[in-house]
Design a protein around this ligand. Structure first.
Ligand code: PEP
Length: 255
């Protein structure tokens, strides 16, 4: 399949950065820089910034997402936010299973899968993050590990629901470290992820799914990473906090 037939998606992950006022200002800076993008442009912002971000992005091609959601619809889960709460306020995307959630907040492959299903049931697009720690890469288990993470998270989904899933391959050793996977390393694992989807859902679904690379992607390395057949976009942390850097990555994905 021609890669160009798949949706290219550049998504920013602001992590725990920016107040609502700062979020509005940064989105205001980004709007003119990304307005001609030939890819989907998403910003995943902190919960408290969602309202301001959606207002600031109104009328532009920037879509807004959250960085996590709980799998229950409501209940005694102090500090959590449900997928229904997000969709009811007009949020369109949500990240699930980011490595920082897995490492610091106890998310497991199973709970990530539950969060993804809740997101899809609520009508959100879920950005499912998978990826290996450096130790696991050294042990030579990257492919198996990422395939396993994908299999557990996508277990039980229909091909129809899968249409609202984006998978982000994010090697943990490359996140926020300035150390990027080579384009060949990114391509190799993204290809494994696509094969895993094919084994579960068939070729048409595998051909159509958007697979991103994430991990210190920036204005300089985006072109090379995004040139790979199985890399359909990027999940961008640090560089999404600077309008010009983020816009340069969006431009690279628009070629
Ligand atoms: C991320 O937070 O998903 C990420 C890829 O971060 P960074 O681009 O800063 O490595």
């Amino acid at each position: 399949m021609d890669k160009k037939l798949r949706s290219a998606v550049i998504a920013g992950n602001w992590k725990m950065n920016k107040t609502p006022a700062e979020a509005s200002a940064l989105i205001g800076e980004m709007i003119p820089l990304v307005k001609d993008a030939d890819c989907d442009v998403v910003l995943c912002v902190p919960f408290v910034d969602l309202d301001a971000a959606m207002n600031a992005a109104k009328g532009s091609n920037i879509k807004i997402g959250a960085q996590n959601c709980h799998f229950e619809k409501s209940g005694a889960f102090t500090g959590e936010i449900s997928a229904d709460m997000l969709s009811s306020m007009g949020v369109e995307y949500v990240i699930v299973g980011h490595s920082e959630r897995r490492t610091y907040f106890g998310d497991t492959d199973v709970t990530v899968g539950k969060r993804l299903k809740a997101a899809l049931d609520a009508g959100l697009v879920g950005i499912l993050c998978v990826g290996e720690y450096l130790e696991q890469r050294k042990q030579g288990i990257t492919a198996e590990l990422c395939a396993m993470q994908v299999k557990i998270a996508l277990q039980g989904l229909t091909a129809e629901k899968l249409k609202n899933v984006i998978i982000a391959y994010e090697p943990v050793w490359a996140i926020g470290t300035g150390e990027t996977a080579t384009s060949d390393q990114a391509e190799e694992v993204c290809a494994v992820i696509r094969e895993t989807v094919e084994a579960m859902f068939g070729k048409a679904s595998a051909d159509a799914i958007t697979i991103q690379y994430g991990g210190s992607m920036n204005a300089k390395n985006a072109d090379e990473l995004l040139s790979k057949y199985n890399v359909d976009g990027g999940l961008i942390g640090g560089a999404s906090l600077k309008a010009a850097d983020f816009a340069a990555i969006v431009s690279a994905a628009s070629k």
